[in-house]
Design a protein around this ligand. Structure first.
Ligand SMILES: O=C(O)CCC(=O)C(=O)O
Length: 206
């Protein structure tokens, strides 16, 4: 049996949709304001990454909180060592766990100071997260454009406008099939803080 063109298109559209769930109003405006202000007081670092034989500043500030011993190494050169959970992040962790039904052991923060800060196309595939991690990502502050596309050349890029208080949930398997980014923009853009909640193989059992 052969499939007609329209049937094939339908199948492609369905299978290539990014495996994410988007909740624009996950936090109330009051919760989002409180978390944004509390996040600004936390411990932010300017890390360096080794690329093409050079050490370069990561184009954003970073932070990590989490269970003891849950170190996180990415791009083979940037080692993040978690501080114990800060109260506002522990509150957010429990809210996200209740909502998504998954457990998270670390949270990595990205602080984009303006439109020149960014994160390039990547998938989060570090083995310390285990196989097929669920990743929950919270946005605070300025709205940014989050883009996601299938790996390889097939399928379209999808864009989400991540507003203050929104949650985008990347389902298990998403990191194997898709890459994502937040690109630079020439438009004037205020500060934005993003928290990605992730599992870790050394996480505390709760
Ligand atoms: O800032 C964002 O929304 C994306 C962050 C991200 O892609 C990551 O931490 O891996």
């Amino acid at each position: 049996m052969t499939l007609e063109g329209t049937q094939l298109e339908l199948i492609d559209e369905r299978t290539l949709m990014a495996p994410v769930d988007f909740y624009p109003n996950f936090l109330s405006p009051q919760e989002a304001d409180w978390l944004f202000e509390a996040s600004q007081q936390l411990d932010w670092q300017q890390n360096q990454i080794r690329m093409l034989g050079k050490w370069l500043d990561v184009p954003r500030l970073e932070a990590i909180y989490g269970d003891e011993g849950c170190d996180y190494l990415y791009s083979k050169t940037v080692l993040l060592q978690p501080s114990p959970w800060a109260d506002p992040l522990q509150w957010l962790r429990e809210k996200i766990e209740d909502h998504t039904g998954y457990r998270y052991h670390i949270v990595i923060g990205n602080r984009y100071r303006n439109g020149k800060d960014s994160i390039g196309w990547h998938a989060d595939k570090e083995p310390t997260m285990g196989e097929k991690p669920a990743i929950a990502s919270i946005s605070l502050g300025a709205t940014c454009r989050f883009s996601i596309k299938p790996k390889g050349s097939r399928g379209e890029t999808q864009h989400f406008e991540l507003e203050h208080g929104s949650l985008i949930f990347m389902r298990p398997g998403c990191q194997s099939t898709h890459v994502h980014q937040v690109s630079k923009t020439a438009k004037p853009l205020g500060e934005r803080i993003n928290w990605t909640f992730r599992p870790h193989v050394k996480g505390a059992r709760r």
